[in-house]
Design a protein around this ligand. Structure first.
Ligand SMILES: Cc1cc2nc3c(=O)[nH]c(=O)nc-3n(C[C@H](O)[C@H](O)[C@H](O)COP(=O)(O)OP(=O)(O)OC[C@H]3O[C@@H](n4cnc5c(N)ncnc54)[C@H](O)[C@@H]3O)c2cc1C
Length: 229
């Protein structure tokens, strides 16, 4: 944001980008592994952190914080509060905090044998260690492959393949500073800076795109045993 704003407003423009976070640390869900890298990047980019601060309301002139103080701002960007699509509410089944449907390893909605859920609508175990899929492309793509295969297999009476996804990485974009790549659910830093950014660009420009309209490529991409990570 600071670099983009200066591009638009001029290099001498007074730019003040503040991240407001309710937790006492930045990126609380990411854990302590990548935090020093994220803090360094934000500092170097000139982003200010306002930690331990809840947002009480947003109006045309900025943000009112829970402690009664205000941050005046020309623009407020709200990025919190992932929720599963509201269609999931039509299904009589157990949901998690984000509204995702609890599913079996086959990706059938628990208690609704004829309904499969995938992607951002599924609360699915990824392994036997208590980890669950996140609302992310990485999980959505594999959940889609498995749910698609299993729904068809159910109709055709062929073998169902249980979903699992033991490998897990995060690749977090940090703007012009670069990116940070972590591996595993304890998020050990594997790459930081330019190398991680090159990978992030590959993910965003190649990996997440559907295959070409070619039957062999489409079937290979839909293979439920295929894992990119
Ligand atoms: C701004 C943003 C940035 C993100 N960045 C990342 C990232 O860097 N890395 C990452 O891993 N994940 C990222 N995600 C999360 C990722 O995009 C999702 O987890 C993933 O797209 C979920 O896939 P999905 O197939 O479940 O749902 P979606 O990709 O949301 O697809 C659902 C589709 O269903 C359609 N639809 C909805 N309702 C109906 C209806 N009633 N009838 C018919 N069609 C309907 C929608 O239009 C949409 O095309 C990001 C998400 C957002 C919003």
């Amino acid at each position: 944001m600071p670099a983009r704003l200066r591009q638009v407003l001029g290099t001498d423009a007074h730019v003040n980008v503040i991240v407001v976070e309710r937790a006492d640390v930045i990126g609380p869900d990411l854990g302590p592994g990548p935090r020093p890298v994220i803090e360094d990047a934000l500092r170097e980019l000139g982003v200010t952190l306002k930690l331990g601060a809840g947002v009480a309301s947003i109006d045309a002139n900025g943000v009112l914080l829970a402690d009664g103080s205000r941050i005046d701002g020309a623009t407020v960007i709200w990025t919190a509060g992932l929720q599963a699509n509201e269609l999931t509410q039509q299904i009589d089944a157990e949901r998690d905090r984000q509204g995702r449907l609890h599913v079996t390893p086959e990706l059938r909605v628990v208690g609704q044998d004829r309904i499969f859920a995938a992607g951002d609508t599924a609360f699915a175990a990824t392994d036997d260690n208590g980890n669950h899929a996140l609302m992310s492309c990485q999980h959505a793509m594999n959940l889609g492959r498995s749910a698609g295969h299993n729904a068809a297999a159910d109709l055709l009476d062929i073998a169902i393949i249980p979903y699992d996804q033991v490998g897990y990485v995060t690749c977090l974009d940090l703007g012009p500073w670069g990116a940070v790549l972590t591996e595993g659910w304890d998020r050990k830093v594997k790459l930081a800076g330019k190398e991680a950014k090159d990978l992030k660009r590959q993910i965003n420009t190649i990996w997440i795109y559907p295959p070409r309209a070619d039957l062999a490529e489409a079937f290979a991409a839909a293979d439920p045993t295929r894992r990119l990570v």
